[in-house]
Design a protein around this ligand. Sequence first.
Ligand code: ZN
Ligand code: ZN
Length: 225
Amino acid sequence: MTTAQKPTHSVRSAAPAPPPPQDNPIIHGDQATIQHWLHHYWQKLQLPEEELQLLAITQDRQEFMSWTGKRLNILALGCYGYLPPPVRRRRAPVSKATHRHLIFIEPDMQPQSIEVTIAHELIHLSDRVKGNPRRHRHHGYDSIAADEAAITGYSLEELRALLQMEGERREQIRRARRPIRYLYECPNCGKRYPRARRYSQAVSCSSCDKSYNPRFRLLLVPTTA
Ligand SMILES: [Zn+2]
Ligand SMILES: [Zn+2]
């Protein structure tokens, strides 16, 4: 099971640079589709109207990363980011700067996945507006997934199947971007382990022994560059 929707919040690479707010939510991507599901689920979640103009959605990963100033996991199908209001320096003029809601939606997905990902990220937004942001315990199995099923009408099984399918697609894309450079081999059974990076520590063959066993320590096979 991949952590397909898990955003990476760990590395702060730059200062957040959200787009200036407008009268309407900012949507960069498939306008018609996003607008449709945004309206639909905004109503269903009974989200406050005044938060709508603080929302910006993009389907461009680079743009989302520059808005939030954080890295976005290549496996993420969607991401909700909350930007707190900027801290006002003393004697600085009172600005109208306020908090922002930033959402990324992966464009290369099935229509149902686009829909449920929009619903999913709006549940995070709703939690934040209510002052009760939840963290994921287990994607597809936690209370957020239960809420997602309740508002979308999809069953938990259907939501998990979508998550898995889209996660596998992202995984394939990730593999294609990170070519195999190292090949390891089990000295016992000969099983091969292609890797994009070197193992940072000794690793043994999981087919020959479930726990680490130096007898089955994987050996690097010389490859021609
Ligand atoms: Zn989530
Ligand atoms: Zn082996």
